[in-house]
Design a protein around this ligand. Sequence first.
Ligand code: FAD
Ligand code: EPU
Length: 346
Amino acid sequence: MQKNSAISIESNADLKPINTFGIQGKSKYLIHFTSEEQLPQILRYVSNFKGKVLFTGGGSNILFTGNWDGLIVKIATKGIEVLEEDEDYVYVKAEAGEVWDDLVNYCISGGYGGIENLSLIPGTVGSSPIQNIGAYGVELKDVFYMLEAVSLRTGEIREFYKEECLFDYRYSIFKGVYKGVYLILSVILKLSKKPLLSLSYGAVEQEINRLDLPLNIASVSQAIINIRRSKLPDPLEIGNAGSFFKNPLVSKDVFKAIKQKHGDIPYFITDEEYKLAAGWMIEKCGWKGYREGDAGVHEKQALVLVNYGTASGKQIKDLAEKISDSVYDHFGIRLEPEVNILSSEE
Ligand code: FAD
Ligand code: EPU
């Protein structure tokens, strides 16, 4: 980490550069958390602050629905190191503010397998455990070893091992009872020097063959990057936060009833539950490519809501509610947002 302990507090800061939805607005205060030495000062400031406090990484899973009448601490602490290794495994530690995809590239260059399927996911390392990021058949939990976090209530730093994090599909304890309680400082992953490639999801292997590349972690990463670029909008070009909703998990009975009416619905079976493709359902309801002012539904992936320029967070949220209602009317399933919808007023 860099040694720079002074914190500077910006007033009336612009929200647009700190959220990938590109929502415009202001935060009453903004602090950039760039080095470990700033932690005591930041904790003091946060505990004395009278108002709402939000920690952000890359701002790629949040939707501001208005100005933020509080404090935002943007985490930008840096550092990646190999802690320990043996013949088979390597333990890699990364600070919370590291860009997730930089960690992926570091691991691919080192020949450490396990997170190549999570290539090109925006955001930071510190947020990756919060919703147990996942893509192309792999979730963070598959390689997660431990994290270090500080309690915002007591200032105590503690370790969380995998079992304590209660990881599940787009879920961890940090979205449950510890929501807003812990600030994640660093994450340690256990990666493999003899990687088992995960090629079961979608057309990954097909893409590697099309590229005429040998099968290895680098080619898996390249194939996934290509597939992702072909359907997901780049936030630098069109504001978005990835999938707006989670794919709903339903019981076998509910699944059977839906499947009877909609024989072609894509699904995955996970631990006795059925995960339905929300993007497919939204498309079936006619929303794909829909646009209302600058708020819209991505034309190549209906699960992704987009901001074409000046949509407000409220407009995106209103559109999401209409979509959710229409999916409920058609399929009897209530979609849950994956994106963290934020308001400093509640
Ligand atoms: P932010 O949006 O900054 O924060 C998210 C939440 O975490 C907030 O509640 C925040 O308060 C909290 N938080 C952030 N940092 C910390 C910390 N250090 N300690 C405690 N709390 C913290 N996600 C997937 O799982 N799979 C995908 O394939 C995927 N694809 C995406 C594609 C695109 C184009 C986009 C824009 C997003 C995608 N996402 C995906 C969602 C997003 O990238 C992830 O959720 C990512 O982990 C968010 O990281 P962030 O740093 O931007 O988090
Ligand atoms: N589909 C449609 N129409 C659409 C979108 C999807 O019919 O408009 C169908 C696809 O054809 C496919 C199925 O739905 O049969 C699943 O689509 P896709 O493979 O694109 O994945 P997804 O379920 O829509 C999830 C994650 C993504 C992750 C991909 C790849 C969630 C909420 N989303 O999307 O994560 O990248 O799988 O693993 O689980 C994110 O979380 O932000 C995110 C982008």
